[in-house]
Write a new protein. Structure first.
Length: 426
Protein backbone atom coordinates (compact mmCIF):
# COMPACT_ATOMS: atom_id res chain seq x y z
CA UNK A 1 0.00 0.00 0.00
CA UNK A 2 2.85 2.40 0.89
CA UNK A 3 4.58 1.71 -2.40
CA UNK A 4 1.28 2.18 -4.25
CA UNK A 5 0.85 5.63 -2.66
CA UNK A 6 4.49 6.48 -3.47
CA UNK A 7 4.01 5.64 -7.15
CA UNK A 8 0.68 7.42 -7.24
CA UNK A 9 2.23 10.65 -5.93
CA UNK A 10 5.51 10.30 -7.83
CA UNK A 11 4.39 12.06 -11.06
CA UNK A 12 2.96 14.94 -9.02
CA UNK A 13 6.23 15.28 -7.13
CA UNK A 14 8.18 15.15 -10.38
CA UNK A 15 6.16 18.02 -11.84
CA UNK A 16 6.74 20.03 -8.65
CA UNK A 17 10.53 19.49 -8.59
CA UNK A 18 11.09 19.34 -12.36
CA UNK A 19 11.86 23.08 -12.94
CA UNK A 20 14.57 23.13 -10.27
CA UNK A 21 15.91 19.77 -11.45
CA UNK A 22 16.30 20.98 -15.03
CA UNK A 23 17.80 24.32 -13.99
CA UNK A 24 20.45 22.52 -11.95
CA UNK A 25 21.30 20.23 -14.86
CA UNK A 26 21.52 23.14 -17.29
CA UNK A 27 23.83 25.07 -14.93
CA UNK A 28 26.16 22.10 -14.57
CA UNK A 29 26.12 21.32 -18.29
CA UNK A 30 26.35 18.05 -20.17
CA UNK A 31 22.79 17.07 -19.28
CA UNK A 32 21.85 16.12 -22.86
CA UNK A 33 24.37 13.29 -23.04
CA UNK A 34 22.63 9.95 -22.51
CA UNK A 35 19.65 11.75 -20.95
CA UNK A 36 17.36 8.90 -22.02
CA UNK A 37 19.08 6.58 -19.55
CA UNK A 38 17.47 8.55 -16.72
CA UNK A 39 14.12 7.46 -18.21
CA UNK A 40 15.15 3.85 -18.73
CA UNK A 41 15.83 4.32 -22.46
CA UNK A 42 19.01 2.56 -23.62
CA UNK A 43 20.68 2.26 -27.01
CA UNK A 44 20.90 -1.08 -28.77
CA UNK A 45 24.67 -1.52 -28.36
CA UNK A 46 24.43 -1.08 -24.59
CA UNK A 47 21.53 -3.53 -24.35
CA UNK A 48 23.49 -6.12 -26.34
CA UNK A 49 26.61 -5.74 -24.17
CA UNK A 50 24.67 -6.09 -20.93
CA UNK A 51 22.66 -9.06 -22.21
CA UNK A 52 25.88 -11.10 -22.37
CA UNK A 53 26.67 -10.81 -18.66
CA UNK A 54 25.24 -10.67 -15.14
CA UNK A 55 26.53 -7.54 -13.45
CA UNK A 56 26.99 -6.24 -9.96
CA UNK A 57 25.06 -2.97 -10.01
CA UNK A 58 26.85 -0.20 -8.07
CA UNK A 59 24.93 3.03 -7.49
CA UNK A 60 26.73 6.25 -6.51
CA UNK A 61 25.23 9.75 -6.56
CA UNK A 62 28.12 12.07 -7.39
CA UNK A 63 31.90 12.47 -7.34
CA UNK A 64 32.57 11.41 -3.74
CA UNK A 65 30.38 8.33 -3.93
CA UNK A 66 31.77 7.41 -7.36
CA UNK A 67 35.28 7.33 -5.91
CA UNK A 68 34.07 4.99 -3.17
CA UNK A 69 32.31 2.75 -5.70
CA UNK A 70 35.44 2.50 -7.84
CA UNK A 71 37.59 1.54 -4.85
CA UNK A 72 35.08 -1.06 -3.71
CA UNK A 73 34.73 -2.49 -7.23
CA UNK A 74 38.50 -2.95 -7.54
CA UNK A 75 38.63 -4.71 -4.16
CA UNK A 76 35.71 -6.93 -5.15
CA UNK A 77 37.35 -7.72 -8.49
CA UNK A 78 40.37 -9.07 -6.57
CA UNK A 79 38.00 -11.58 -4.93
CA UNK A 80 36.03 -12.28 -8.11
CA UNK A 81 38.33 -12.13 -11.18
CA UNK A 82 35.40 -12.51 -13.60
CA UNK A 83 33.41 -9.66 -12.01
CA UNK A 84 31.43 -7.33 -14.30
CA UNK A 85 29.92 -4.13 -12.94
CA UNK A 86 27.43 -1.48 -13.91
CA UNK A 87 28.06 1.84 -12.17
CA UNK A 88 25.15 4.27 -12.20
CA UNK A 89 25.49 7.87 -11.06
CA UNK A 90 23.09 10.79 -10.81
CA UNK A 91 25.15 13.89 -11.61
CA UNK A 92 27.00 14.88 -14.78
CA UNK A 93 30.17 15.45 -12.73
CA UNK A 94 29.92 11.98 -11.23
CA UNK A 95 29.29 10.51 -14.69
CA UNK A 96 32.34 12.27 -16.13
CA UNK A 97 34.59 11.07 -13.31
CA UNK A 98 33.27 7.51 -13.54
CA UNK A 99 33.70 7.42 -17.33
CA UNK A 100 37.26 8.69 -17.03
CA UNK A 101 38.29 6.14 -14.39
CA UNK A 102 36.15 3.06 -15.07
CA UNK A 103 38.02 -0.13 -16.01
CA UNK A 104 37.07 -2.15 -19.10
CA UNK A 105 34.87 -4.52 -17.05
CA UNK A 106 32.64 -1.68 -15.83
CA UNK A 107 29.76 -0.02 -17.70
CA UNK A 108 28.98 3.57 -16.65
CA UNK A 109 25.37 4.74 -16.90
CA UNK A 110 23.01 7.35 -15.51
CA UNK A 111 20.74 6.37 -12.64
CA UNK A 112 17.15 5.67 -13.74
CA UNK A 113 14.45 7.71 -12.04
CA UNK A 114 12.75 5.78 -9.26
CA UNK A 115 9.36 5.37 -10.94
CA UNK A 116 8.16 1.78 -11.24
CA UNK A 117 7.91 1.48 -15.07
CA UNK A 118 11.30 3.17 -15.50
CA UNK A 119 12.91 1.05 -12.81
CA UNK A 120 11.46 -2.18 -14.26
CA UNK A 121 12.90 -1.30 -17.65
CA UNK A 122 16.30 -0.60 -16.08
CA UNK A 123 16.30 -3.95 -14.27
CA UNK A 124 15.43 -5.75 -17.50
CA UNK A 125 18.43 -4.18 -19.27
CA UNK A 126 21.03 -4.20 -16.47
CA UNK A 127 20.07 -7.71 -15.26
CA UNK A 128 21.85 -7.26 -11.91
CA UNK A 129 23.14 -10.26 -9.98
CA UNK A 130 23.29 -8.07 -6.85
CA UNK A 131 23.00 -4.36 -6.07
CA UNK A 132 25.39 -2.26 -3.98
CA UNK A 133 24.31 1.24 -2.93
CA UNK A 134 26.83 3.79 -1.66
CA UNK A 135 26.34 5.76 1.58
CA UNK A 136 22.60 6.52 1.84
CA UNK A 137 20.97 6.17 -1.57
CA UNK A 138 17.99 3.88 -0.95
CA UNK A 139 15.03 4.27 -3.31
CA UNK A 140 11.70 2.51 -2.68
CA UNK A 141 11.07 1.16 -6.19
CA UNK A 142 14.68 0.08 -6.67
CA UNK A 143 14.63 -1.78 -3.34
CA UNK A 144 11.20 -3.31 -3.96
CA UNK A 145 12.10 -4.44 -7.49
CA UNK A 146 15.28 -6.07 -6.18
CA UNK A 147 13.29 -7.84 -3.48
CA UNK A 148 10.68 -9.07 -5.97
CA UNK A 149 13.41 -10.48 -8.22
CA UNK A 150 15.29 -11.96 -5.22
CA UNK A 151 18.34 -9.81 -5.88
CA UNK A 152 20.50 -9.07 -2.84
CA UNK A 153 20.70 -5.43 -1.82
CA UNK A 154 23.66 -4.00 0.10
CA UNK A 155 24.44 -0.53 1.43
CA UNK A 156 28.15 0.22 1.85
CA UNK A 157 29.97 3.06 3.59
CA UNK A 158 26.64 3.77 5.21
CA UNK A 159 26.43 6.90 7.29
CA UNK A 160 23.49 8.41 9.09
CA UNK A 161 23.76 11.69 10.96
CA UNK A 162 21.61 12.43 14.04
CA UNK A 163 19.75 15.01 11.97
CA UNK A 164 18.95 12.48 9.25
CA UNK A 165 17.88 9.92 11.82
CA UNK A 166 15.41 12.39 13.36
CA UNK A 167 14.01 13.16 9.91
CA UNK A 168 13.66 9.45 9.07
CA UNK A 169 12.03 8.74 12.44
CA UNK A 170 9.28 11.25 11.65
CA UNK A 171 8.44 9.22 8.53
CA UNK A 172 9.35 5.81 9.92
CA UNK A 173 5.98 4.30 9.01
CA UNK A 174 6.65 5.02 5.32
CA UNK A 175 10.42 4.42 5.24
CA UNK A 176 10.99 1.40 7.51
CA UNK A 177 9.53 -1.13 5.01
CA UNK A 178 12.15 -0.03 2.45
CA UNK A 179 15.01 -0.15 4.98
CA UNK A 180 13.97 -3.66 5.97
CA UNK A 181 14.69 -4.84 2.42
CA UNK A 182 18.42 -4.27 2.87
CA UNK A 183 20.35 -7.54 3.13
CA UNK A 184 23.59 -5.89 4.28
CA UNK A 185 24.55 -2.52 5.73
CA UNK A 186 28.27 -1.76 6.06
CA UNK A 187 28.29 1.14 8.54
CA UNK A 188 31.18 3.55 8.94
CA UNK A 189 31.00 3.92 12.74
CA UNK A 190 29.30 2.08 15.65
CA UNK A 191 27.10 5.18 16.09
CA UNK A 192 25.95 4.85 12.47
CA UNK A 193 25.16 1.18 13.01
CA UNK A 194 22.96 2.01 16.01
CA UNK A 195 21.07 4.66 14.06
CA UNK A 196 20.38 2.33 11.11
CA UNK A 197 18.98 -0.23 13.53
CA UNK A 198 16.70 2.33 15.16
CA UNK A 199 15.12 3.26 11.82
CA UNK A 200 14.26 -0.30 10.88
CA UNK A 201 17.26 -2.32 9.64
CA UNK A 202 17.71 -5.72 11.30
CA UNK A 203 20.73 -5.67 13.61
CA UNK A 204 22.06 -8.96 12.25
CA UNK A 205 22.41 -7.35 8.81
CA UNK A 206 24.49 -4.39 10.03
CA UNK A 207 28.28 -4.65 10.11
CA UNK A 208 30.69 -1.93 11.21
CA UNK A 209 33.50 -1.89 8.64
CA UNK A 210 34.92 1.62 8.88
CA UNK A 211 34.89 4.17 6.09
CA UNK A 212 36.10 3.37 2.59
CA UNK A 213 36.52 7.10 2.08
CA UNK A 214 38.98 7.24 4.99
CA UNK A 215 40.85 4.04 4.13
CA UNK A 216 44.51 5.07 3.74
CA UNK A 217 45.39 1.97 1.70
CA UNK A 218 43.27 2.87 -1.31
CA UNK A 219 43.50 6.65 -1.51
CA UNK A 220 44.89 8.12 -4.70
CA UNK A 221 48.40 9.45 -4.31
CA UNK A 222 48.52 11.30 -7.64
CA UNK A 223 50.12 14.74 -7.51
CA UNK A 224 50.11 17.76 -9.74
CA UNK A 225 53.06 19.17 -11.58
CA UNK A 226 54.88 21.72 -9.37
CA UNK A 227 53.51 25.00 -10.68
CA UNK A 228 55.29 26.72 -7.83
CA UNK A 229 58.34 25.66 -5.90
CA UNK A 230 56.68 24.38 -2.73
CA UNK A 231 59.89 24.92 -0.75
CA UNK A 232 59.78 28.68 -1.30
CA UNK A 233 56.09 29.50 -1.72
CA UNK A 234 53.37 29.02 0.85
CA UNK A 235 50.08 28.05 -0.75
CA UNK A 236 46.81 28.03 1.21
CA UNK A 237 44.25 25.83 -0.55
CA UNK A 238 40.45 26.17 -0.30
CA UNK A 239 38.99 22.74 -1.02
CA UNK A 240 35.39 22.35 -2.30
CA UNK A 241 34.34 25.84 -1.28
CA UNK A 242 30.74 27.09 -1.26
CA UNK A 243 29.13 30.47 -1.83
CA UNK A 244 30.60 33.16 0.44
CA UNK A 245 33.72 31.23 1.39
CA UNK A 246 35.78 32.28 -1.63
CA UNK A 247 35.43 35.97 -0.74
CA UNK A 248 36.41 35.28 2.87
CA UNK A 249 39.45 33.25 1.79
CA UNK A 250 40.52 35.96 -0.65
CA UNK A 251 40.20 38.68 1.99
CA UNK A 252 42.21 36.64 4.50
CA UNK A 253 44.78 35.89 1.80
CA UNK A 254 45.29 39.58 1.01
CA UNK A 255 45.99 40.29 4.68
CA UNK A 256 48.36 37.33 4.91
CA UNK A 257 50.29 38.54 1.87
CA UNK A 258 51.50 41.48 3.96
CA UNK A 259 53.38 39.00 6.17
CA UNK A 260 54.12 36.34 3.53
CA UNK A 261 54.82 38.09 0.21
CA UNK A 262 55.38 34.84 -1.73
CA UNK A 263 52.00 33.40 -0.73
CA UNK A 264 49.60 32.08 -3.39
CA UNK A 265 45.96 31.05 -3.09
CA UNK A 266 44.30 27.97 -4.62
CA UNK A 267 40.51 27.77 -4.72
CA UNK A 268 38.53 24.69 -5.77
CA UNK A 269 34.79 25.54 -5.84
CA UNK A 270 32.44 22.65 -5.14
CA UNK A 271 30.29 23.60 -8.14
CA UNK A 272 32.23 24.66 -11.23
CA UNK A 273 29.19 26.41 -12.67
CA UNK A 274 29.90 29.22 -10.15
CA UNK A 275 33.24 30.09 -11.76
CA UNK A 276 32.07 33.32 -13.35
CA UNK A 277 30.53 34.53 -10.09
CA UNK A 278 33.67 33.64 -8.10
CA UNK A 279 36.02 35.23 -10.59
CA UNK A 280 34.02 38.46 -10.52
CA UNK A 281 34.31 38.58 -6.72
CA UNK A 282 38.06 38.01 -6.85
CA UNK A 283 38.52 40.64 -9.57
CA UNK A 284 36.77 43.22 -7.39
CA UNK A 285 39.28 42.47 -4.63
CA UNK A 286 42.12 43.09 -7.06
CA UNK A 287 43.44 39.52 -7.29
CA UNK A 288 45.16 38.30 -10.43
CA UNK A 289 43.30 35.04 -11.16
CA UNK A 290 44.19 32.24 -13.56
CA UNK A 291 42.22 29.08 -14.37
CA UNK A 292 43.88 25.71 -13.78
CA UNK A 293 42.93 24.50 -17.27
CA UNK A 294 44.64 27.53 -18.83
CA UNK A 295 47.78 26.95 -16.75
CA UNK A 296 47.91 23.36 -17.95
CA UNK A 297 47.70 24.45 -21.58
CA UNK A 298 49.58 27.77 -21.61
CA UNK A 299 51.50 28.12 -18.33
CA UNK A 300 51.70 31.53 -16.66
CA UNK A 301 50.92 30.35 -13.13
CA UNK A 302 53.70 32.37 -11.52
CA UNK A 303 52.07 35.62 -12.63
CA UNK A 304 48.87 34.92 -10.69
CA UNK A 305 47.84 35.56 -7.09
CA UNK A 306 45.12 32.92 -7.21
CA UNK A 307 44.67 29.70 -9.15
CA UNK A 308 41.03 28.74 -9.65
CA UNK A 309 40.33 25.06 -10.32
CA UNK A 310 37.78 24.82 -13.12
CA UNK A 311 37.73 21.04 -13.63
CA UNK A 312 35.97 18.36 -11.59
CA UNK A 313 37.70 15.48 -9.87
CA UNK A 314 41.24 16.93 -9.84
CA UNK A 315 41.38 18.51 -6.40
CA UNK A 316 43.33 15.59 -4.93
CA UNK A 317 46.09 16.17 -7.50
CA UNK A 318 46.52 19.78 -6.41
CA UNK A 319 46.75 19.19 -2.67
CA UNK A 320 50.42 18.27 -3.11
CA UNK A 321 51.24 21.94 -3.74
CA UNK A 322 49.38 23.31 -0.73
CA UNK A 323 50.99 24.29 2.56
CA UNK A 324 47.70 24.64 4.45
CA UNK A 325 44.24 23.42 3.37
CA UNK A 326 40.89 24.93 4.33
CA UNK A 327 38.00 22.46 3.93
CA UNK A 328 34.97 24.13 2.38
CA UNK A 329 31.23 24.14 3.10
CA UNK A 330 32.10 24.61 6.75
CA UNK A 331 32.25 28.36 7.28
CA UNK A 332 29.29 29.96 5.49
CA UNK A 333 27.39 26.74 4.70
CA UNK A 334 26.45 23.65 6.69
CA UNK A 335 27.71 20.12 6.20
CA UNK A 336 31.41 20.33 5.46
CA UNK A 337 33.44 18.54 2.81
CA UNK A 338 35.75 15.56 3.10
CA UNK A 339 38.90 16.41 5.15
CA UNK A 340 40.57 13.07 4.44
CA UNK A 341 42.11 13.73 1.03
CA UNK A 342 44.35 16.64 2.15
CA UNK A 343 45.35 14.69 5.27
CA UNK A 344 46.51 11.76 3.18
CA UNK A 345 48.36 14.21 0.93
CA UNK A 346 50.31 15.22 4.05
CA UNK A 347 48.72 18.64 4.55
CA UNK A 348 47.46 20.31 7.75
CA UNK A 349 43.72 20.87 7.69
CA UNK A 350 41.59 23.78 8.91
CA UNK A 351 37.78 23.85 8.79
CA UNK A 352 34.91 25.96 10.03
CA UNK A 353 32.25 25.27 12.68
CA UNK A 354 29.85 23.40 10.35
CA UNK A 355 31.16 19.89 9.70
CA UNK A 356 27.88 18.02 10.19
CA UNK A 357 28.45 15.62 7.28
CA UNK A 358 31.65 14.44 8.94
CA UNK A 359 30.70 15.18 12.52
CA UNK A 360 32.28 12.19 14.26
CA UNK A 361 35.50 12.45 12.26
CA UNK A 362 35.75 16.22 12.73
CA UNK A 363 35.26 15.95 16.51
CA UNK A 364 37.89 13.20 16.70
CA UNK A 365 40.38 15.19 14.64
CA UNK A 366 39.96 18.29 16.79
CA UNK A 367 40.08 16.39 20.11
CA UNK A 368 43.30 14.63 19.10
CA UNK A 369 44.97 17.82 17.85
CA UNK A 370 44.82 16.51 14.30
CA UNK A 371 42.98 19.45 12.71
CA UNK A 372 42.06 23.03 13.60
CA UNK A 373 38.44 24.17 13.78
CA UNK A 374 37.81 27.91 13.47
CA UNK A 375 34.73 30.02 14.17
CA UNK A 376 35.06 32.88 11.68
CA UNK A 377 37.36 34.75 9.30
CA UNK A 378 39.50 36.24 12.08
CA UNK A 379 40.19 32.89 13.75
CA UNK A 380 40.84 31.38 10.29
CA UNK A 381 43.50 34.01 9.65
CA UNK A 382 45.15 33.40 13.03
CA UNK A 383 45.21 29.63 12.46
CA UNK A 384 46.81 29.96 9.02
CA UNK A 385 49.41 32.42 10.30
CA UNK A 386 50.44 29.98 13.03
CA UNK A 387 50.72 27.09 10.60
CA UNK A 388 52.66 29.06 7.98
CA UNK A 389 55.16 30.15 10.63
CA UNK A 390 55.59 26.78 12.34
CA UNK A 391 56.71 23.80 10.24
CA UNK A 392 56.73 21.51 13.29
CA UNK A 393 53.10 22.41 14.09
CA UNK A 394 52.07 21.49 10.55
CA UNK A 395 53.85 18.15 10.78
CA UNK A 396 52.30 17.35 14.17
CA UNK A 397 48.80 18.00 12.83
CA UNK A 398 49.39 15.73 9.84
CA UNK A 399 50.89 12.93 11.93
CA UNK A 400 48.06 13.05 14.47
CA UNK A 401 45.49 13.08 11.65
CA UNK A 402 47.02 10.05 9.99
CA UNK A 403 46.84 8.18 13.30
CA UNK A 404 43.11 8.98 13.47
CA UNK A 405 42.59 7.65 9.95
CA UNK A 406 44.50 4.46 10.69
CA UNK A 407 41.37 3.22 12.52
CA UNK A 408 39.72 2.90 9.08
CA UNK A 409 42.60 1.02 7.47
CA UNK A 410 41.28 -2.01 5.57
CA UNK A 411 37.69 -0.75 5.42
CA UNK A 412 37.52 -1.33 1.67
CA UNK A 413 38.63 -4.94 1.91
CA UNK A 414 36.24 -5.62 4.81
CA UNK A 415 33.27 -4.23 2.89
CA UNK A 416 34.27 -6.09 -0.28
CA UNK A 417 34.51 -9.38 1.65
CA UNK A 418 31.00 -8.92 3.04
CA UNK A 419 29.56 -8.03 -0.38
CA UNK A 420 31.37 -11.07 -1.82
CA UNK A 421 29.55 -13.29 0.69
CA UNK A 422 26.15 -12.08 -0.56
CA UNK A 423 24.69 -14.73 -2.81
CA UNK A 424 24.34 -13.27 -6.33
CA UNK A 425 21.16 -13.98 -8.25
CA UNK A 426 22.43 -15.93 -11.26
Amino acid sequence: MIRFIYNLLWPIGLLFFLPGYFMKMVRRGGYREKFGQRLGIYDRELRVRLSRQRSTWLHAVSVGEVNIALKLANALRALEPDLHCVLTTTTTTGFALATQNAPSWMEVMYTPLDYWPIMRRAFAVIRPARIVLVEAEIWPNLAAEAHTRRISLALVNARLSPRSERRYQRFRFFLAPTFRLLDLVCAQEPEDAARWQRIGVERSRIKCTGSIKYDPDVQSQAVAAPLWDASSVGAPDGGSTHRGEEEILATVFLRLRQQFPSLRLFIAPRHVERLREIRAQLDVLGLRVVLASKVRMEGGANEADCLLLDTTGELQRWYDIATVVFVGKSLTAHGGQNPVEPILAGKPVVFGPHMENFGMLARTLVSRHAAIQVRDADSLERAIVELLRDTDARQRLVQNAREVLSMHKGATERAAALVHQIKPNC
